[in-house]
Design a protein around this ligand. Structure first.
Ligand SMILES: [Zn+2]
Length: 401
């Protein structure tokens, strides 16, 4: 019986899946980028997905931290395309194009189109050039992270079409900018000691200053820094408090007379600000060993439920500051993490903690509403105040507050 059962099951499955006519995709492709910029066939059909392409897509998402919040379809598109149909995003690919291209071109084209989704692009003609260059930068970042040689980027620019009338030179610049950004991040990760002179040669990127508006803020009491001698002491205190609560991914930026430490974007419990103790906490940065989290994320989008995200920015400086009028999108805030350094450079760490220095916690909140999946910043009335966020996240306890 044991041996017969699987065979029976297979027979049933085969019987239930007769050869079907090709399934018409039926989506509106007017808002799109196609890698070559050419016209697109309106009649698209859905074909079975290819495992190798699926793996490349996962690799790209992992290298960039981009969420897989789009549907992937193998279809009769000319090459690779990103489409926004209403609220839903698609990544369309032609297996024929993939097979005819060399691997680098195929991955670069996929990364470019995934970059459009990761950056929340709308494919509006008025934003075309900016969006194209942003997607190209994203592709450069991914190619570097995946391990392609910088020398080969010029070959890629020759192979790649110059879509949407964007001069090759501009595309090249954007691609290399992205590439360098990733290389810099790798360099820092590979430096054995943070007093390595190579690190000092790199400039810490600046945090937008004054910080973008629509955050809640809390000045840590003066006693927090009473024993600090250097800015590095403040960094150590913050890091310990963050590590203890699972905020292991973070990024450093320079601010006037000091630095800013940005934590990873986190989904939290919307009712009281508490930490979510499940895998939905870090959805925007799926790790390899936790790839299932991405599936849950996709499911959570299909079955609408309200979501709240936040990130903490700890500003260490002796300068007073307000907020700028500029707001920040969830995509921009997420990008902060990949743009900054992952260590505080030794020169800044050694700087004196003198009178007037303090730590200010800023909390940026984003809400993903039920009906409209576009995240929006909580503004002007924040959901929960900064002090409550610090308490509920457990960071306050780690800081001795
Ligand atoms: Zn594009």
């Amino acid at each position: 019986m044991k041996t017969i059962f699987p065979l029976t099951l297979i027979a049933i499955l085969l019987g239930l899946a007769p050869l079907r006519a090709q399934e018409l995709l039926g989506i509106d492709i007017s808002q799109r980028c196609i890698y070559t910029g050419e016209a697109m066939d309106e009649e698209l059909y859905r074909f079975p997905r290819d495992e190798r392409v699926d793996k490349w897509i996962r690799d790209i998402a992992e290298a960039s931290g981009a969420p897989l919040d789009f549907e992937v379809v193998q279809t009769n598109v000319e090459n690779i395309s990103a489409v926004l149909d209403g609220e839903k995003r698609y990544l369309l690919y032609s297996l024929d194009f993939i097979e005819k291209s060399n691997e680098m071109l195929a991955v670069a084209a996929l990364a470019h189109e995934i970059g459009h989704h990761a950056c929340g692009h709308t494919f509006d003609e008025t934003r075309r050039t900016a969006e194209e260059l942003e997607a190209e930068q994203f592709a450069g970042y991914v190619l570097s992270k995946i391990g392609y040689d910088k020398q080969r980027m010029d070959m890629l620019i020759k192979l790649a079409p110059s879509a949407y009338d964007i001069p090759r030179q501009e595309r090249r610049t954007a691609l290399l900018e992205g590439f360098d950004k990733a290389e810099r991040a790798l360099k820092i990760a590979s430096l054995p000691f943070d007093n390595d002179p190579a690190l000092q040669a790199l400039t810490l990127p600046g945090f937008p200053w004054p910080p973008p508006s629509c955050h809640t803020r809390f000045e840590l009491p003066e006693k927090t820094g009473a024993a600090f001698k250097t800015l590095g002491d403040a960094d150590v205190r913050l890091r310990r408090a963050l590590d203890a609560k699972g905020y292991s991914q973070r990024s450093y930026f320079s601010v006037p007379d000091g630095f800013a430490l940005v934590t990873q974007l986190e989904q939290y419990n919307g009712e009281d600000g508490a930490v979510r103790n499940d895998r939905t906490r870090w959805l925007d940065y799926p790790k390899k060993e936790n790839f299932d989290g991405v599936m849950d994320y996709l499911k959570s989008l299909v079955m609408p439920q309200k979501g709240y995200f936040r990130l903490f920015v700890f500003v260490v400086t002796d300068r007073g500051f307000g907020g700028s009028a500029q707001r920040v999108s969830k995509a921009e805030a997420t990008a902060w993490l990949s743009q900054g350094f992952n260590k505080l450079p030794a020169s800044l760490a050694a700087a004196n903690w003198s009178t007037g220095y303090g730590i200010t916690a800023l909390v940026y909140e984003f809400e993903v509403p039920e009906s409209n999946r576009k995240p929006k910043q909580q503004c002007p009335t924040p959901h929960i105040d900064a002090q409550t966020h610090l308490k509920k996240s457990g960071i306050a306890a780690g800081l001795g507050l």
